[in-house]
Structure formats: structure tokens, C-alpha cells
Design a protein around this ligand. Structure first.
Ligand code: ATR
Length: 308
């Protein structure tokens, strides 16, 4: 992980004295009851012999400041790090005193880590998605056209890692077109794209979305339990339709994609395990083997990977 000092607006307070016993970690979000992260990290801890405990915490949406107050409390009790999920990833970015380069580019943080020089924010969602697509699903991204649905924190976190993986064309489509355009402009305005020779990002509204080799749903529609209003024909010729969400049954997006003719569909269970492994590495300096943990989770939810 490369750390950059991209933020002066440090919200992260000093960590409390670590109590004896396992180091404590937490996943926070709203909703959070569905999260499988505690099981994943418990499995990583068993596998690596690291003495850690990992719990989940529901943080209220109101009043403003609830997120920072919950993190402050956990760190004051000696907590060593947190995963942050919907809808707090941008607040987690603001909370961190320092950011990894990829978190700085995303403007969103899913991993907070206690360090001697303050609270570090990182974003492991993008690397998790790229690993799952390329290593587990075997879809090489280099040269592919890609459509990313959504323009919130989840989408922001995966744009740069997808570009870095070599996609030839990346289009952002969002229900609220201005948000997609703003996000595209943010990346296009960053010198990183030019310096690294990466392709520009297009931002459009969903009704203009055109077919692509790989379509990724990074909206919160599946978590909120609904489908997406997508133009007909969008999945024709699609090699893989991937939903960053996961659940005990195929998501509405996966069903839409299969009906629409996508060759392969997947939920985001693999991304979840891969991003968790990257967080574990950030916290512990040890990289767990993900495949057995992925298989354990997949067996427990009994949703086939490709749904076909
Ligand atoms: P997250 O951190 O998960 O990205 P977010 O920042 O609240 O959460 O963003 C949610 C994203 O999902 C947005 O892109 C949102 O579209 P809008 O910008 O138009 O609100 C998108 N989204 C959520 N539900 C949706 C739905 N039913 N149809 C289309 N887009 C949806």
C-alpha cells in the first residue's frame, strides 16, 4: 500500500491504549445485519493464527456525526481498525488523517487502520473487484469495454483499479446523470489518467447506456432490494454481468442480465472475500489464502456463481 498525505482535514483521533487479548476490529454500516465480514475475518484469523476479534456494528444515520462518534468510541476502547460499508465510505474518507493513493483517488474509504501517525484510510474494494473478475472468474480486463452502473461511493472506489487493469473503454451510467458526469469529470480532471496513459471515463445517464463486454452493478439497488431500470438490449453480447452485492438468492440485476442474454453473471461474494483479504493484510501484514474462505461462504449461501 502506498500512503499519500492527501488530506489535512484529519478527523481521526488518537487511538486508545490497546487492552490485553486479541486486537479488535469492526465493520460498520447501515444496514449491517447482512454482513458476512465477521465470518470471513474469523476464518482468516484461524488460517493465519493471528489473534484478532471482528464484530459488526449498526451505526445510525442520524444525527449527523454518528459515524465519527462511533469510530471515536471504538478507537478509544482500543480498537485497531474498521471496515466501513454503505453509506459511510465518504465519511470514512473524511475521518482518516492520511490516505493511501487509491483511497485518495476514490475519495472513499472502506478500511481504517490505526497507525503511529494517525488513522489511515484505504480502499480495498477496487482491488477486490479486479481480483475476483480476473483471478476467480478468469475475465481478463485488458482491452475490454466496460460499463459501470452507479456513481456513489461504491462506484468511486472501483474506477481507478479498473482503468489500471487495462480496460479499453470505461463508461459510468447513473440514474441521476449529473452524478455520473461529475464522477467522470473528477477522474478525467485528475492528472493521473494522463500521466499513466489511462483512457478517459465517460459519464452518461442509464437510459443512454450501451452494451459492453463487462457490466458491473455498483449501485445500491440490490442492497436496497430492487431492480434497475435499464434499456433493453444492454446485456446482448455481454461477456459478464457482475453485481457487487450478494445475498441468499441471485440479485434482481443478475436475473435481469441472464434474461437479457449475458453469457455469465456473478454476485459480489468473491469481491467481498478479496477486499477483506486486502484489509486483513493492511491491518496484520499477513495475506490470507482466500479460496477456501470463498468456498465456505459460497456453500453456505447456495447461490450458484453464474446462475445459468
Ligand atoms: P454507495 O456508497 O453504495 O455507492 P450511494 O453513495 O448512496 O451508496 O450511491 C448509491 C448509488 O446507487 C447511486 O449511484 C444511486 O443513483 P442516484 O445517484 O441516481 O441516486 C444508485 N441507485 C440506488 N438505487 C437505485 C435504483 N433503484 N435504480 C438506479 N440507481 C440506483
Amino acid at each position: 500500500m502506498s500512503a499519500s498525505d492527501s488530506s489535512e482535514e484529519a478527523g481521526g483521533g488518537a487511538a486508545g491504549a490497546a487492552p490485553a487479548g486479541p486486537h479488535r476490529y469492526l465493520v460498520v454500516g447501515n444496514p449491517i445485519g447482512h454482513s458476512r465480514s465477521p465470518e470471513i475475518h474469523a476464518a482468516f484469523a484461524r488460517q493465519t493464527g493471528e489473534a484478532v476479534s471482528y464484530e459488526r456494528l449498526l451505526v445510525p444515520l442520524e444525527p449527523p456525526g454518528s459515524f465519527a462518534a462511533a469510530v471515536d468510541r471504538f478507537l478509544a476502547e482500543g480498537g485497531r481498525g474498521l471496515n466501513v460499508t454503505l453509506p459511510f465510505k465518504v465519511q470514512a474518507y473524511e475521518y482518516a488523517a492520511r490516505h493511501s493513493e487509491r483511497a485518495a483517488l476514490a475519495g472513499a474509504v472502506n478500511t481504517l487502520a490505526v497507525r503511529d501517525d494517525g488513522i489511515h484510510g484505504d480502499n480495498t474494494d477496487g482491488p477486490g473487484l479486479v481480483s475476483d473478475l480476473q483471478e476467480r472468474l478468469g475475465v481478463r480486463l485488458a482491452g475490454r469495454s466496460m460499463l459501470l452502473l452507479g456513481a456513489g461511493g461504491a462506484a468511486r472506489g472501483v474506477v481507478m483499479p479498473l482503468l489500471q487493469a487495462g480496460v479499453a473503454e470505461l463508461t459510468l451510467a447513473n440514474r441521476t446523470a449529473e452524478r455520473a458526469q461529475m464522477l467522470a469529470a473528477m477522474f478525467n480532471g485528475s492528472p493521473v489518467l494522463r500521466e499513466w496513459g489511462l483512457p478517459p471515463v465517460r459519464g452518461i445517464s442509464q437510459d443512454m447506456a450501451k452494451p459492453a463486454d463487462v457490466i458491473v452493478n455498483a449501485t445500491s439497488s440490490s442492497v436496497l432490494g430492487g431492480g434497475l431500470a435499464l434499456p433493453p438490449g444492454i446485456f446482448a453480447g455481454c461477456r459478464l454481468a457482475y453485481d457487487c452485492a450478494y445475498g441468499s438468492r441471485p440479485t434482481a440485476f443478475m436475473e435481469q442480465a441472464l434474461l437479457g442474454g449475458a453469457a455469465q453473471v456473478s454476485d459480489g461474494l468473491g469481491m467481498l472475500v478479496e477486499q477483506a483479504a486486502e484489509s486483513f493484510f493492511i491491518w496484520r501484514g499477513v495475506r490470507p489464502v482466500t479460496e477456501p474462505v470463498y468456498r465456505m461462504l459460497r456453500a453456505s449461501i447456495a447461490v450458484p456463481r453464474t446462475g445459468s
